[in-house]
Design a protein around this ligand. Structure first.
Ligand SMILES: [Zn+2]
Ligand SMILES: [Zn+2]
Length: 328
């Protein structure tokens, strides 16, 4: 912090002097403020403290230990989405946050890929009195599921009994929800997985993760499940393809949840260069056996000047916004 302030101070002096030389007497109005200095050097500022639940739009990165579960809630449009559920036994954490948000309805549940640390609590949620409208699933080849076959069948059964509609994630998909009292809207866009059952990475379920981007005003959030290097490259290729360009979808996002809990196999430099996040969230368990997050991932985030927040250090992280400013 001290070093950053010092660098910023030096920058302020330099910019101030250049303003003096450039604008002579009009120095006062041309002096850059701290935000200009931070922006000039690409340094990410800490998110401001504020009344997070009073904001019109909130993102709750739930502490589900080694796993991932994110609740996105908007007051107007009245929209709630859950991306992944964490391991079995985390339904209480999700229910508690829903209570805090004052809703019993999930418009969308995105199950990024059928690994237990992402879908484990779905059966409990499906059995509860929550109203689940839609469940988004990736295309996976059931013949390649191996050990994950049983869990996948349980999930399909739970979706059926919950009465939710299954929506298949396809790149280019865009859902828009309009506010009633303003011209605000929530947009949900799908960037991956690419292709269907023929995709060459079907043997690795992580690389079949749904990549989903949610936008409210100027603020966007990208979640990529456990998508690893191959899928990140697939998505970049798709974004650069004619179809990807025509979709108008970009990877650029204010907040990015590090793929695969901050593993070095995800959040590659090439992918981060496309996402250009200001803030990174890492969802992982304290002292987890995989050593997540890996050092190289933290370095990659640092190199794009993204500030990182970790659930293993902070517990549940809630960020709210009015579509412009972030508070937490
Ligand atoms: Zn996984
Ligand atoms: Zn995982």
């Amino acid at each position: 912090m001290l070093r950053k302030s010092l660098a910023a101070f030096v920058a302020l002096v330099v910019l101030g002097l250049s303003a003096l030389f450039t604008f002579g007497q009009k120095i006062d109005e041309n002096l850059p403020d701290w935000n200009d200095v931070y922006e000039f050097f690409g340094m990410a500022e800490e998110i401001e403290k504020g009344e997070v639940y009073e904001q019109p739009f909130t993102m709750s990165f739930l502490d589900v230990g080694q796993g991932s579960a994110t609740l996105i809630h908007c007051k107007d449009p009245d929209f709630t989405m859950l991306v992944d559920t964490g391991e079995q036994g985390n339904d209480g954490v999700i229910q508690e946050e829903l209570k805090r948000l004052g809703t019993r309805k999930l418009d969308y549940v995105v199950l990024s890929h059928p690994h237990s640390d992402h879908v484990g609590s779905f059966p409990e949620l499906a059995k509860s009195n929550l109203s689940i409208k839609n469940v988004m699933l990736p295309i996976v080849d059931q013949d390649h599921l191996g050990d994950d076959t049983a869990l996948y069948r349980v999930i399909l059964g739970s979706i059926r009994s919950s009465g939710a509609k299954i929506v298949t994630a396809k790149p280019g998909m865009r859902l828009t929800f309009d506010a009633k009292k303003s011209d605000q809207k929530v947009t949900v866009e799908v960037l991956g997985p690419i292709g269907g059952k023929e995709n060459q990475y079907q043997d690795d379920l992580n690389d079949r993760s749904i990549f989903v981007k949610i936008t409210y005003g100027d603020v966007s959030l990208l979640i990529t499940g456990d998508g690893e290097y191959h899928e990140e490259m697939d998505v970049i290729d798709w974004l650069n393809s004619d179809e990807g360009k025509a979709s108008g979808i970009t990877a650029q996002s204010t907040i990015y949840v590090a793929g695969h809990h901050g593993s070095h196999t995800s959040s590659s430099r090439r992918f981060l260069a496309m996402v250009k996040p200001k803030y990174g969230i890492i969802s992982c368990g304290k002292d987890n056996e995989f050593g997540h997050p890996h050092e190289s991932t933290l370095t990659n985030f640092k190199d794009v000047n993204a500030r990182v927040y970790r659930t293993d250090e902070l517990g549940t992280i809630v960020i709210g916004t009015d579509g412009k400013t972030l508070v937490n």
